[in-house]
Design a binder for this molecule. Sequence first.
Ligand code: FAD
Length: 392
Amino acid sequence: MTTFPLSAEDREIQERARRFVDEELIPWEEHAEADGGRIPDDERARHHDRAIELGFYAMNMPTELGGTGMTTLQQVLVSEQIGRVTNALGWCVHTPPAWAPAVVSDHQMQTWILPTIRGEQHECYAITEAGAGSDVDAIEATACRDGDEYVLNGEKMHVTSFNGATYCFFQAKIVGGPHEGEHAMFFVDKATPGVRLVREPAYTHTYPDTHAVVAFEDVRVPAANLVGQEGDGMSFTYEWFRYERLMIAARCCGAAERLIDEATSFAQQRVQFGEPIIEHQAISHMLADSLTELWAARLMTYRLAENIDAGVDVKIQHGQCSMAKLYASEMAGRVADRAVQIFGGRGYMRENVAERFWRELRVDRIWEGTSEVQRNIVADQLQKRGTRALVG
Ligand SMILES: Cc1cc2nc3c(=O)[nH]c(=O)nc-3n(C[C@H](O)[C@H](O)[C@H](O)COP(=O)(O)OP(=O)(O)OC[C@H]3O[C@@H](n4cnc5c(N)ncnc54)[C@H](O)[C@@H]3O)c2cc1C
């Protein structure tokens, strides 16, 4: 039964992703939850290889670079399915930085980007600092040119996947020269002297990937590690934000679908006061609200992806990515909360899917820009461009 105009190829990709999640990832979910997000090494390696075989890994990269060159809509369809399982397992599908091919040098392409597309290397992002979260421009990390090298200093936090990464994107402000105070981004191999793991705090979700505090102390990198030009740093971050905000919206739609399915099935079976609880209107209305909001979020997310594929102005994309991320992440949070309620006491148990998503989805209102920051962006775009440009 077709309910949204997707091509036959789009449908096939969506089904391929759904089967992968249902048959190979979801069965490991409880095991991962019980073991700090980990599953046996051979199984993890198999998921990684399957994600490559099925064409999901590096799906955002052009085929001539070894990616699968999917359209934005197709990537959304895959991400949505991946969102139906915990990120502890879903992150076997990895998308290297989409902005990179257009800006990196040949040396950087060969050394870091191509191996990342092949799944041999893994990046992490070292941007946020203790004093600079939403306000990225407040970073204090520095990059000082010294002959053919830059000397990097700073302490970064929330560096996701630092434990599994081979290199970091490190964002700093230039010290000295004509670009004093401007942002710049660097490739930094994790093994470079001066890169020091400070600590790996525990977070609300149960992932094998850590979010580390990392110190960069007089780290010397060749000038060839500078991405683009001095002063370019923020533009890459904005492009990454747009991409990730859309994919977060997609994953939130997938999570909401899974939760609605699971909660509906439970509500149909669970009998209290002589009838399935779904017969109690208080329960069925929670499901009805959840489904309605999911539909709205999904249509918004798909339409945004189609707009990007159609080449809609990047400033409009910027506002629409914020709207999709804002709405879908808050929708998923509400759906998860209702799902916990429908499961009752079972919904508060670690082995329960609703409990897991209720914790996991909370960060989608924080990372890649908090809900408040998304609202600021949307309000700013509204004033600059008007209603019709943004939602017409
Ligand atoms: C699990 C996790 C993984 C992360 N991974 C990475 C990573 O890999 N690399 C990386 O560099 N960073 C990462 N981050 C950092 C993330 O991007 C920041 O947490 C986020 O941008 C918010 O910054 P902050 O936490 O410092 O909050 P703050 O900016 O201190 O905000 C605190 C509160 O104030 C509000 N606020 C701030 N400014 C405004 C404003 N102008 N108007 C209204 N309200 C405002 C916020 O919305 C929030 O509610 C990660 C964070 C988490 C939790």
